[in-house]
Design a protein around this ligand. Sequence first.
Ligand code: AMP
Length: 121
Amino acid sequence: MSYDYDNVFAKILRGEIPCKKVDENDHALAFHDIEPQTPTHVLVIPKGAYVSSDDFSAKASDAEIAGFFRLLGKVARDLGCVEPGYRILANHGRDAHQEVPHFHMHIFAGKDLGRMIKPAE
Ligand code: AMP
């Protein structure tokens, strides 16, 4: 899948549409999901143009990968998610129902998340 520069997260990164920013570093941005599914629902995205986690891991520099995961962990710590627990999740492609074709990881927290993801009906 080639990268679509018109996707909504690309527009957020270019400042064309707003987001509720949580934090950022040189390589990644964290912001609140517009339709939160849990009391805390934050998205962490790389600032580079990557479609998915496999695309990111294949093409991103070591600095980008480190920056992304350092921000992911920092956000979880700063939002108080570590002690009660949290879930991180990334969707890619049709079977995972990925909506936005820019690599992102969801951080879900703030309630008991259950043991596993429920299968689609
Ligand atoms: P996914 O199915 O993993 O691609 O999830 C995409 C997520 O992006 C969904 O949880 C949406 O609610 C969220 N989303 C879509 N547009 C925006 C936006 N403008 N700001 C914040 N989150 C968004």
